[in-house]
Design a protein around this ligand. Sequence first.
Ligand SMILES: [Zn+2]
Ligand SMILES: [Zn+2]
Ligand SMILES: [Zn+2]
Length: 316
Amino acid sequence: MGIFKNAIDSIVLGIEDYNSDDPRRILSSTRNLVAGILLLIKHRLAELSPSGSDEVLIKQRVLPVLDASDGVAWKGEGKKTVDVQQMKERSDSLGITVDWKRVEKIVKHRNDIEHYFSSLNHSALKGLLSDSFIIIRDFLRTELCLDPLVALGEETWSTLTEVSEIFIKEKAECLDNMESIEWEHPFLKEAITEWVCKKCGSFLIDVEEPHVEPESVTFKCRSCGEKYDYETGAEGAIKEYYVTENYIAAKEGGDPVTAECPNCFREAYHLSEDVCLICGESVERRCQRCYTSIPSCELDGSGYCSWCNHMMSKDD
Ligand SMILES: [Zn+2]
Ligand SMILES: [Zn+2]
Ligand SMILES: [Zn+2]
């Protein structure tokens, strides 16, 4: 019962933090909510651990031991408990249903909130509360067979429900407005709809005016009011959208997803689609002199690789 009580306490505290007027409690609201959700999942893993196994399913270190009948059993070792990745592996393997995409999203968002956003505000937390609401509701009902209203108490539950309803309605309005614009490429539209305000971390990015040409779009954050012009906003969204793939490519070698566009100089040239997601430019990718493919870092729109460019400049 210990883990479950801690989970519920943590969620209740997170909502108390949210409902407080003190801006310093915004951070602790996200910490408490995310911690509470992870504890709920741990509680389920602990529940499923065989008795006498020292809650093997939530321990990072697991060791085989001989049981009384000379069979092998697994036992948890030490105090360290599972991280999110291990929780996911074990839950999947045991058939515990968790909306991992959402859980990973709020864990990442909590980390980002700790480090990146200069002007956190209440309104910016709505998206995180809405995701938390959906995870908690479904997990309590389907995995723990509990009524969320009873488990969390009326105050906590009604805040979660109300904030989530408002957020979903507002997000739908933003998406409708986004839909009214003919974006250069469907990938740009995808990136923009998932984009988070650089200043406050809100998911509620809107366009100031619907039904305009993409170049005349101004993005506006509904939570803090920050505005972004078309190119700045689109580039920010694309960078964020491909950040993981591009990071892995930079670390382990291989082509990134995007490179700097030789036409608009934004980090928006999609290499496998062979088009800039912002300005629509498409450049020659095979060198017209030596016929090898031009490395992504040498794309300058000339149609030649840097070696051939160099050789030709010597010929002049
Ligand atoms: Zn904002
Ligand atoms: Zn471009
Ligand atoms: Zn060449």
